[in-house]
Design a protein around this ligand. Sequence first.
Ligand code: ATP
Ligand code: MG
Length: 743
Amino acid sequence: VPPAQPGYLAGLNDRQRDAVLALDGPVLVLAGAGTGKTRVLTTRLAHILASGLAWPSQILAVTFTNKAANEMKERIAHLLGRPVEGWWLGTFHALAARILRAQAELVGLKPNFTIVGTDDQLRLVKQLIEAEGLDSQRWPSRVVLGIIERWKDRGLTPDKVSRAEMAEVASGRILDLYHAYQQRLLTLNACDFGDLLLHNLTIFQKAPDQLARYQSQFRYILVDEYQDTNVAQYLWLRALAQQHKNICCVGDDDQSVYGWRGAEVENILKFEKDFPGATIIRLEQNYRSTPHILAAASGLIAHNEGRLGKTLWTDVNEGEKVRVLGAWDGAEEARQIGDEVETLQRRGTELKDIAILVRAGFQTREFEERFITLGISYRVIGGPRFYERQEIRDALAYLRLIHQPDDGLAFERIVNLPRRGIGDTTLKQLNELARAQSVSVPEVARQVVTTDELKPAARRALGSFMNDVARWRGLAQTLHHAELTQIVLDESGYTAMWQADKSIEAPGRLENLKELVRALEDFDSLEGFLEHVSLVMENAESGPRDQLSIMTLHGAKGLEFDVVFLPGWEEGLFPHPRSLDENGIKGLEEERRLAYVGLTRARRLAIICHAGSRRIHNQWQNALPSRFLAELPAAHIERQDHQGFRPPQGGALAGGLDWPARSYGSGFGGGGSYPQRRMAPTIDLEAVPVRKSGGVYPGGMRVFHQKFGYGKVLTAEGDKLEIAFDKAGVKKVMAGFVVPADQ
Ligand code: ATP
Ligand code: MG
C-alpha cells in the first residue's frame, strides 16, 4: 500500500499531480515545452505500478525514440527503487512489432519475419515496376514507394485506397504496384516499417478475439509526443484503448514537426471526439527555461496561425537574454561557437550540458572540424559524423583512387557506383587475379582491360571507367582540387545519381557533397585534405563521457541542455527552402515550430547565430538573416556582433535588407594561386591501342605489350592472342594492345 503522499508526487505542482492521479478514463495533457509533460507521464507510470493498480505487463507506454524509452525505464526504476521487467515500453514500431511477432500468422507471415529497410524496399519496388513493363523513368521507384508509405501512414491497406486517393496520385497503376508490393513482401516473409502498424490494424479487424485480449490486457496506455502521431498510429491507440479507456496522451501542437512524414495535429482534436468526456489538462508553468528564453520562444511561435493557444510562465531566475551573434561566414560562426564553448567550460559548464542544434545535416562539418582543432570532444547524435556519411565516403573514395592508384578499397567502393555494369562477378574475378599476382585490385583492373579475361561488356565498362580515372588523375595536375572534385562528381554520374533519387535523404546528401567541395577549398592540396580527413576520423574514435552534442533540431525534440547554440539562422537555410517550396505556408509554420523546439531546449542560455555570407557552389553569397530573427521580441534579445560584422542598416534585427556585402573573390583564386602538386607519373591507360585492327601475329613472334612487357606469341585466334610474357607469364590479350617487338 503506497503512503498517502509518495515521494514521487511531492515534486509536482497541482496540475501535474492532477494529471498523474486522473487514472480513470481518457486524459489529454496539452501543454507547452518544458511544462513537465514527460515528467507527468513517467510519474504516472511509476504511480500505477507503485499503487498496484496494474502489473507492468498491463501498461502500454509509447515514447518517440528508443533513447527516450531507455531514459524512462531508468527514471522509473529510480523512482520505484527497483528494476521493472516485462513491460510494454517503447516506440510505436517496437511495440507493434512485438504484437505482430505474436500474431504473424493472421496476416500471412511467420513469426520470424524480417523487417526490411529502405534499400530493400526500393529494390522490390523497382523489380515490380519492371515486371509491370512500366517505364522506370516515368515511374521512379522512390516516388512510388513514397506514395505507398504515405498511404500506410494513413492506415490504408491496398483494398482501402479509395478512388479519390487514386485520383490524387494520378494513376491507378500505383495501386496495382502497392498490391503487388504487399504480396511480394509476404512471399519473402518480410514487412516494412509502415506494415508493423498496418498489419496490427488488420489483425485487430480480422481477429476481434485477439484484439479483445490486448484491449483487456492494457489497462493503462500512455503516449508521449502525441502531436507527432500519424493516422495509423492513432487508429492503433484508439483500438487498444477501447475497453479500459484509460489512455493518457501528452503533447504540444506547437512542437509538431513531422507533418512531412504523415503526422497529423488533427489527432489532438480527434481525441476529444473519439473519447468523449476526456479530461483535458493544461500545464502552464515551465520548469526548464529562463523567462527570456521562454518569452523569445513564445513571441516567435505567436506568428503561427491556427494554434490551440496556451500560456506559459516560469519562476526560474531571470538569467541572460537570448543572444544573437552575427558572423562573416560559416567558418567564423564555427570559430565563435568554439570560443563560446571554451569560455563556458572555463566557467564550469560541462560539455554534456551543451548542444548545437542544426537545421541541415551538412552544417555539422564546420563545427566538427573546429572542435577537433580545439580539442573539444563532441558527438553527432542521430547520424554519422560528416566524413562518415555514405555520400562523403563515396566521394572520398573517388579522390583516394585518383590520388593513390592502388587504393583497392576505394576502387571497390566506387567502381560500380553509380551503376556502370561492373557486377559482383567481375569484382570477384579481379580480386582473384589480384591475389594470384600479389598486386592491387586497381592494378589488375588496369591490366585486364587489355586482355580477354573479362566478358566483353564488363571489359568495356571497366575500361571506360579506368580511362575516366586516368583522365581525372591527369586533370589533378592542373586543376585546383576543389574544382577537380566537382568535375569528378559530375562526370562520374555520382551527382546525377542523387539528383535522380527521390528519397527524403537525397537532397541532404547533395548538400553534403557541396559542403565537401567547399571544405576542399580550405586546403592547399588534395593530399593535405585526405590526410586531414584520416586524422579527423581517427580522432573520432575514442570519446570520453563528457561530450558536447551536435544534432538536428528534429532529433532534439523532448531533450534539454543548459546551453543551446542555434547556428545558421539565415534565409535559404532556416526556414529551409525545400519546406517552403513543397508546403507553402504550412511548410513555413512547421519550420517556425522547429525554431520553437530549438529555443525551448535551452535551460539557461540560448545563442542564435547567423552568417553574413555563405560559400555555396564556390560563390560567396550574401545571406539574409532568417525572418525568424525579426520575429523574436526585441526586449529578450541581445545582439553581439563579432569582429568586422556590421548589422544591417536601420537597427532592426533583420529588417535592413541591404546587407553589407564584403567582396570575396569567387571561384578558384584566379588560377595558379594554389600550390600545385606534381602527381607521380600515371599509368598510361589513356594511350589508345597501338594497332587498330589487330594484325596477324604468327606463333613464335616477339611482341611488346604496354602492361606486360615483352613476350612471345603462342597462339592467335582472330583478335585474341595467347602470349607467354617474359615476366607476367601466359596471358590472353587483345591483338590491338601489342606491337611487334624489335628485339
Ligand atoms: P517538452 O515539450 O520539451 O517535451 P515536457 O513538457 O515534456 O517538455 P519535461 O521534459 O517533462 O517537459 O520537463 C522539463 C524540465 O522541467 C525537466 O527537467 C523536469 O525535470 C522539470 N520539471 C518538470 N516538472 C517539474 C516540477 N514540478 N518541479 C521541478 N521541476 C520540474
Ligand atoms: Mg517531453
